[in-house]
Design a protein around this ligand. Sequence first.
Ligand SMILES: [Zn+2]
Length: 77
Amino acid sequence: MSSRQFDNFKASSLFCQKCGSAQPVRERLLLVLPDRELHEYTCVTCGDAVGTREVTAADVIAQKLAARRAGPQVRIL
Ligand SMILES: [Zn+2]
């Protein structure tokens, strides 16, 4: 399966091999690269990693702009 399929949507549930069925997942930041971030999805039921998603720099900028518009300013160092 190509990771490109995950580019434009946020997964809310993914198939977990340990649980044997689709489970709700939690997203966490795994790795920050110069031009992208790698996010990992972990099963909320058993805590196993079930998938990853790449977020490009353009996506990150869009998210930060949206966050700034939505709420109180948060300084990210
Ligand atoms: Zn699981």
